[in-house]
Design a protein around this ligand. Structure first.
Ligand code: SF4
Length: 213
C-alpha cells in the first residue's frame, strides 16, 4: 500500500473538497489482475499525456466536466456495495488524491488506481496499476509501489518499452501486456512474446468484448 498521509492529515475532514469528474459508476473491472471483480469506477477529468490511441479523449479537458465533492463520490461508492474503488482517468494523479482516498478508506473501501505515473503520487492507495506511456514517461518515484504493470502493445517498440519499465518495478509486480481493443494485429505479437517470456501475462479489455459498461 502507498500512503503519504501524516497522522495529522488523517484527522482532517475533506468531505467538501471537489474534483472534476467525467463519470462514476458501478461496473466489473474489465482489465488486469482484478478482471471480473465488481468495482466502483471514478473517472477523474483532465489528462496531459494525450496518447493518440486513447479511447477516453473526452476526459482530457478537465474544465469540460462537473466538479463533484468527496462526500458525494464516497456516498455513491458506498451505496453501490462494491468492495473497492478504481480511480482512473484521464490521469488521476493530476489531482491531489489525499482528500478522496482518505474519505473512501474511512468508509471501508479499498482503493485501486490506474495511472500513467507521469505526475506525483498522492493519497492512500491499496493497489497501483502503472500503465506507462512513452509520450509522457512515469516519474521514478512510482516504481517501488507498483503492484501491476500493464503495457499497451501496438508494435515491437512497445515490448522494449514494457521491459524497460519492468526492470524498475519490484520483483513481485504482476507483468501484463495488453493489445489495443481495435488493433488485433498486436495480439499475435503479444502471444508470441509471452510464450517466450513467461514472466509476462496477457490482459484483455474484457468489458469491451462483453459490452459491459
Ligand atoms: S494516459 Fe490514459 S487518458 Fe490520458 S491520453 Fe493516455 S490513454 Fe488517454
Amino acid at each position: 500500500m502507498f500512503s503519504t498521509e501524516s497522522e495529522l492529515l488523517l484527522e482532517k475532514d475533506y468531505s467538501l473538497v471537489e474534483y472534476p469528474i467525467m463519470e462514476h459508476f458501478l461496473t466489473i473491472q474489465g482489465e488486469g489482475v482484478h478482471t471480473g471483480k465488481t468495482a466502483y469506477f471514478i473517472r477523474t477529468a483532465g489528462c496531459d499525456v494525450q496518447c493518440w490511441w486513447c479511447d477516453v479523449k473526452d476526459s482530457w479537458d478537465g474544465d469540460k466536466h462537473p466538479k463533484m465533492s468527496v462526500k458525494h463520490l464516497t456516498r455513491a461508492a458506498v451505496e453501490s456495495g462494491a468492495p473497492f474503488v478504481v480511480i482512473t482517468g484521464g490521469e488521476p494523479l493530476l489531482h491531489d488524491l489525499h482528500p478522496l482516498t482518505q474519505n473512501l478508506h474511512k468508509h471501508g473501501l479499498k482503493i485501486h488506481i490506474e495511472t500513467s505515473g507521469s505526475s506525483s503520487l498522492s493519497g492512500q492507495l491499496d493497489w497501483i496499476t502503472l500503465s506507462p506511456k512513452r509520450f509522457k514517461k512515469p516519474l521514478h518515484e512510482i516504481f517501488p509501489y507498483v503492484d501491476e504493470l500493464k503495457v499497451v502493445v501496438l508494435t515491437k517498440k512497445d515490448l522494449a518499452w514494457a521491459e524497460e519499465n519492468a526492470a524498475k518495478c519490484p520483483p513481485d509486480t504482476k507483468l501484463l501486456l495488453q493489445p489495443e481493443w481495435d488493433t488485433p494485429a498486436s495480439v499475435q505479437l503479444i502471444v508470441d512474446y509471452v510464450k517466450e517470456h513467461p514472466q509476462w501475462g496477457i490482459s484483455l479489455q474484457t468489458h469491451k468484448f462483453l459490452g459491459v459498461r
